[in-house]
Design a protein around this ligand. Structure first.
Ligand code: PFF
Length: 460
């Protein structure tokens, strides 16, 4: 055996593992709960019929995204490998192995591309987190620079955010991912709860609450609403790109997979729902204070203007309390982004460690530098590239990859192996409702429904 393959084997035998159930739940929920929940979900809901979108989202999250999440978790825990290797292991024939290699490679590429645009947005959050402090210190020029949209600021803060992400991943599964998820997720939930209570007590909040919660059922059958809700659900549960697969591969055999997946889906959907209780009421509090909350097209403010103009203006109008609220809000956004970005970076890093016999530290910084280079290209050509990369990765690639993973789990792999894998943490699974529904559902319904929604979105 060559020295390199010996080193690979010894490295893979030292694969990381989540030391506890809570550690896994917080890490996987941390991956799921991100900017998609706190920014994307409420604004998507406001644009697509309020409560009707919320309803559709919950239905799709549990009926389509949860089964796809289970496919990833089961493949991951069984193979204990990165996405490429995992799909090779479960593929019996030569052709399916090649197809598995290509799908795995595509997943790793998409995860890295998502991280390259995600870290730009996360960098904005870090800059806005510092701004209240520099304003308090009287450093007005610095405050203007932090909130001005310059290339230099964007490069610096994207880089800073990637350094934070790399520092966590370089420390490994237990001492990096698990330790930081266990610290950051409770802080995130506390901050979110505190902000909701404060905002709901302000004048105007109830109008936003009504818009959010009262469903406009006439929009329920609108393909745009369904496509947006499915895209949101796949992005929010971090599906298709191997993050859940790799987290599943660090899960101990005695854990109950269907229950773990259900808890993660529930936490993710609940946090998205809670974020709506914060963002939409906050918009109408801003309107009460005389701020404009509608864009030029007449729709409710949703894009970067909402987060980086309307909300900061609202906070600024609240005096000293506003400074604290701004700090907490942007800390919340930064934490949400960090627990998600670490899961994205783990995808190329685990591949590099396992396939190229590289040490975790080197693999992490290497992947981090490559992703920063792509982010820099996007920052410099922002108008041409940013929207394009977001659409290609999240709207098309994630659902397509989710579909492919369902196909691999149920058409390529053996049903008996899946049963055996789930049984290790749930001995009676054979007699459970999950096993009565999931195999057939993930085999026929999921791929068909995802393909249907994808074709709708492709046809515009
Ligand atoms: N789920 C994250 C969010 O809602 O912001 C985004 C995300 C994380 C997408 C990890 C993809 C991924 F692999």
């Amino acid at each position: 055996m060559s020295a390199a393959s010996e080193r690979t084997m010894s490295m893979s035998s030292q694969r990381g593992v989540f030391s506890s159930k809570t550690g896994f739940i917080l890490a996987a929920s941390g991956s799921a709960v991100g900017l998609g929940n706190i920014w994307g979900f409420p604004t998507n809901a406001a644009e697509n019929g309020g409560g009707a979108f919320v309803l559709m989202y919950f239905v799709l999250a549990f009926c389509l995204a949860y089964p796809a999440l289970m496919a990833e978790l089961i493949i991951g825990r069984h193979t204990k490998a990165n996405m490429v290797h995992a799909l090779q292991i479960i593929s019996p024939g030569r052709t399916s192995k090649i197809f598995g290699t290509l799908t795995g490679g595509y997943g790793i590429l998409v995860a890295s591309l998502i991280l390259s645009f995600y870290s730009i947005v996360a960098g904005w959050m870090l800059a806005y987190l510092l701004e209240p402090l520099t304003t308090l210190a009287g450093l007005d020029d610095l405050s203007d620079w932090l909130t001005g949209n310059s290339i230099a600021r964007n490069l610096l803060f994207t880089g800073l955010f990637l350094v934070l992400t790399c520092s966590v991943i370089a420390a490994g599964v237990e001492h990096g991912i698990e330790k930081w998820s266990c610290r950051l997720m409770p802080a995130l939930l506390l901050m979110l709860a505190g902000l909701i209570v404060y905002v709901l007590m302000q004048p105007g909040a109830i109008t936003g609450l009504k818009l959010y919660l009262i469903p406009d059922f006439s929009q329920l059958g609108d393909p745009k609403l369904i496509i947006s809700a499915l895209g949101q659900a796949f992005f929010s549960l971090s599906l298709g790109v191997g993050t859940m697969l790799i987290y599943g591969s660090y899960l101990r055999p005695e854990e109950n997979l269907p229950a773990m997946g259900a808890i993660v889906t529930l936490v993710d959907s609940s946090v998205a729902f809670l974020a709506g209780l914060l963002v939409l009421p906050a918009l109408f509090v801003a309107q009460q204070q005389g701020l404009n909350i509608y864009s030029e097209s007449g729709s409710l403010m949703a894009g970067p203007d909402l987060i980086f103009q309307t909300l900061p203006a609202l906070f600024a109008g609240m005096g000293k309390v506003g400074t604290l609220i701004a700090l907490v809000f942007f800390a919340l956004m930064s934490i949400a982004a960090l627990t998600s970005s670490i899961s994205m970076l783990e995808v190329p890093v685990s591949f590099t460690i396992e396939n190229h016999a590289t040490r975790r530290r080197s693999a992490t910084w290497l992947a981090g530098i490559a992703i920063f280079a792509v982010s820099a290209v996007i920052v410099v050509n922002f108008t041409a590239l940013f929207g394009l990369v977001v659409t290609l990765t999240t709207e098309y690639s994630q659902p397509l990859l989710g579909l492919l993973l369902c196909v691999f789990a149920t058409w390529v792999w053996h049903r008996d192996m899946i049963l055996e894998e789930i049984r290790s943490g749930h001995p009676e699974v054979e007699y459970s409702l999950f096993w009565k529904i999931w195999p057939g559902y993930a085999k026929y319904c999921c791929p068909l429904l995802i393909a249907l929604v994808l074709s709708q979105s492709l046809s515009g």
